[in-house]
Design a binder for this molecule. Sequence first.
Ligand SMILES: [Ca+2]
Length: 448
Amino acid sequence: MVPAATAAVPALAQGGRKPNFLVIVTDDQGIGDVGCYEHPEVRTPNLDRLAASGTRFTQWYSNAPICSASRAALMTGKYPDRAGVKGALTSEPTWDVKGLRAGETTLPGELKKLGYRTAAFGKWHLGSEEASRPYNQGFDSFFGWYSGWLDAYSHRYYQLGGNPGKIFHDLWRNRTEVFEEPNYMTELLGREASSFLAGQKAGEPFLLYLAFGAPHYSMMAPKKYLDRFPVTMDRDRRTHLAMVAAVDDVVGLLLDQLKVQGLEENTVVFYQADNGATREIRASSDGRPYHGGSNEPFRGYKQGLFDGGMHVPAILRAPGFLKPGQVWNRPMITMDVTPTLVAMAGGKQPEGSDGRNFLPTLRGEAGDHEFIFWSFEKSRAVRQGDWKLIFNPPQFPGDPVSDKVWLSNLEADPRETTNLASKEPERVKTMIEKFRLWEKDVKLEPAQ
Ligand SMILES: [Ca+2]
């Protein structure tokens, strides 16, 4: 089932040139929200063609079931707890939210040392105090926002549920607040990304980090995207898929542009969702738990450590490194992205990384991570081989769980329906010991 995903893999792409990187992150997009993950009702022809020309991962995990922590792992190559970014950072008009620390090792910082131009467009959500801002974390240029979400047209943050009244404008170009016409945010990011690419040329490598705010709330999409889906479709599902379609159009625009500019063969494109689809009522249009996104076939949602929270879609197209049209069916994790891309650029393993270059794994020269760990509030999870243990499993509407420890074999039971903890006491003991050591290692309060 696991094909060799690589051709001969040089340290650098063909011709010895450093590859460009386009890193695309979507927000709260489940694995059931992408066409090529066997969900034909979803219209993502451009993500699908990216998969056809790259490697599609069927067991890709984000490092957290929530925005900020997941992105911290992507940016630093570390467990989010080690990077000091837990859960979702708050959204504040005082611009003093602590996120990434001063002097943190980051993907753009490492690539800058190797001569790269670096740009971040879209949702930051990794801290708004001066030290945490993109231009102090390795990015030469920034266009985007600091909050967890925005109104897609006014570019204002609106508190949804709890603490009503917190409303503020949040759109920036580098250090300056900028006011745009009420254009749809996903299209605005397409404009910015396209303009950035237009300024790039062969021989001057770049990193473009493009972090969409979709399909996270605010749930809205222009009619032209809604019209691609039948009016009979569930209203929230239709809006959700329209938002995904808008993202997919931007992906197509950029892939086409790379080709026209002659950059296609020297540009590595990586795409992943930051966490699974949500169940939050504040995303829905009918007051019920949100049902517009899909994590099928997995159990659970964003903000929970069943696989639905962090088993996300991910695709890597790496010409010169990986053969096109491959599917990788073993577990992979976001914190490996920074070490992998830095290695592709000819750099060394970044200091303090928990992640590692995964190209040797794809070549069959190295194994999987022996253990992978997650934390979310009072919950912990650990995966070893096909076994996964959750301590304090999540409670979602309509899916109560009374057991404190949940053990599944994901090969036999990918939906985590059956708790095997009582049948495997030795395994449970070992896995709990492992995550207790990990808690200590990343300086995390032991979960009770
Ligand atoms: Ca998210």
